[in-house]
Design a protein around this ligand. Sequence first.
Ligand code: GLV
Ligand code: MN
Ligand code: MN
Length: 421
Amino acid sequence: MPENTFEADGERVLADLNALRAIGAYKTGVHKPTFSEPHLRSLAWLTERLAEAGLTGSIDGIGNVIGTSARAGPKLLAGSHLESQNHAGWLDGPLGVVYALEAARVINSDPSVHGAVEVAAWCDEEGHFGHFLGSRSYVGLVSEAEIDAARDRTSGRTMREALREAGLAGRARVTAEPGRHVGYLEAHIEQGEALESGGLAIGVVTSIVGIWQYRIDFTGEQNHAGTTRMAIRKDAGLALARFCVAIDDRFPRACGPRTVWTTGRITLDPGAPSIIPGRAEMLFQIRDDDPAVIDRLETLLRTMAAEASAAGPCGVAVERIRIGHPATMDPAFQDAIEAAGKSLADGRSIRMPSGAGHDAQVLATIMPAGMLFVPSIGGVSHHWTENTEDADIVRGARVFVEACRRLLRERDGRPRAAPAP
Ligand code: GLV
Ligand code: MN
Ligand code: MN
């Protein structure tokens, strides 16, 4: 039990996180793709915990779990996600959901707070079927046609089929009630090494990166790998490899100080050792918090594709398949997290941008939003070895709960008692 009844219970937070880790365990991490059996079991686990915490919660028609409170006063929404990347870490997502649950347990029973924390687990933050489908649905940005077209990027299963198999087909999708929330607060592991290397405990997020994604197609000529002379080949795989190297050569002269780019998947067609690939595809991502920088890089990418096509022997076509806008975190939310860190983490906090995408950037389009980071050991994430020291998890939970309390108190609209002379 914590010394103060109205602060986060570190043992309970660790027990909750380990309970979620045991659902779909993979090595020291988890394998919980969206709408997989372990993901659905995690959603059910959360729904039961919400009821125990006095919240009314259920899974909606896109797989979001939202727990609401009947308590009077301002409401703060808090959460993150419960699915994982394939064979990945146990904290990316669940940390923020468990902190939100803990904040609801503590704050909603604290008589000194007028108001409540409400809890959300957004579906498919990890983009198995699309991008930010759950949080985008909540803010009204997902059409039925987008759901019709969505497929699991690994298995090809359609989202409609997944929703049907999960028993969610035909269920209403919950959307934000205008004016209900004073804002949204999300906690997350940093997924980088800035906090650990600086000996810091808390990251106060200032902005969240924008993510632009492209499909780049190379068209050559499929032929026999033994009989086709090198001089006359139209090898789409080789054209792709050359293009990747050219990006790494030319992007540094056009990018910003924090721009990153990644070729996350390459497909060669037909993908056989004795056949020259006639087609090749790469999925390519650019991230920056300045849309002007991404615009500039996209123009360069298209110029390079046109040049490569003109030079031959393969055609190169660039298609943009995703735009994710960067977001600025609300200054008052940043102040509340920093103040909570001063009192509960010896001020060992730093204001920092997020290079990872988060549901908070979607929520920020309709309400003030903030994010708090805790350290990641070795800066590792999107890998099953991802981890955070227990002490950092517990400290982060205390800071998060305190930040929630400060945000609600600042917004309760009731006159304050004059401070004692
Ligand atoms: C989120 O998981 C991201 O890829 O940034
Ligand atoms: Mn995440
Ligand atoms: Mn992630």
